[in-house]
Ligand binder design. Structure first.
Ligand code: MG
Length: 194
């Protein structure tokens, strides 16, 4: 019985939800992929609602709060930031705490443009940022049938769920200084790969 409970507690699930307004004069970036379109997502960072939803799902699964707690939209360091940096960082935090990502499933909610031609590339970029394989991530896209702000084409939203597995049940805790050091290291690593 004790063994069964231990195994059940190894599995944790998280949910993420995000939406950004579509405006003129911004690049449209979703899932780390730039999509040619007349408008782009407004946000302090690049406004990538899909990547934000997945990041929140991972943080949620590990009980690490949300994306805003780790990357404040008041912090000038994240102005125009590539959101894959956030996802990479969240994945690193999970790894530090002894969690492995089992799988991620996400849905883009967009009336237009068509997402189908871009889904494979998004999967590749997102999987790489999380350090997981292609078979562990699924990205879907659907319209809102002309209803609400998304349906009117004024915003693009995303929903995500993540399942993570704990290696053991005593995950390491990082101090604030250690976490900041880790963020800086990850950004430097990410920049060097561009
Ligand atoms: Mg967001």
């Amino acid at each position: 019985m004790a063994d069964e409970i231990w195994h059940m507690n190894r599995f944790r699930v998280g949910i993420g939800n995000d939406i950004h307004r579509l405006v003129e004069g911004r690049k449209l970036i979703l899932g780390g992929v730039e999509i040619s379109y007349e408008r782009g997502l407004l946000g302090h960072s690049d406004g990538d609602s899909l990547t934000h939803a997945i990041t929140d799902a991972l943080l949620g699964a590990a009980a690490l709060g949300d994306i805003g707690a780790h990357f404040s939209d008041l912090d000038p360091r994240w102005a125009g930031a590539d959101s894959l940096v956030f996802l990479r960082h969240a994945s690193g935090l999970l790894e530090e705490r002894g969690f492995e990502i089992a799988n991620v499933d996400a849905t883009i909610l967009a009336e237009r443009p068509k997402m189908a031609p871009h889904l494979a590339k998004m999967k590749t970029k997102l999987a790489e940022a999380m350090g997981i394989g292609q078979s562990q991530i699924n990205i879907k896209a659907k319209t809102n049938e002309g209803l609400d702000a998304i349906g009117c084409g004024d915003a693009i939203g995303a929903q995500a769920v993540a399942l993570i597995v704990a290696d053991d049940l005593t995950p390491a805790k990082l101090s604030v200084d250690e976490e900041l050091e880790m963020i800086e290291k990850m950004i430097a690593e990410f920049e060097s790969k561009r």
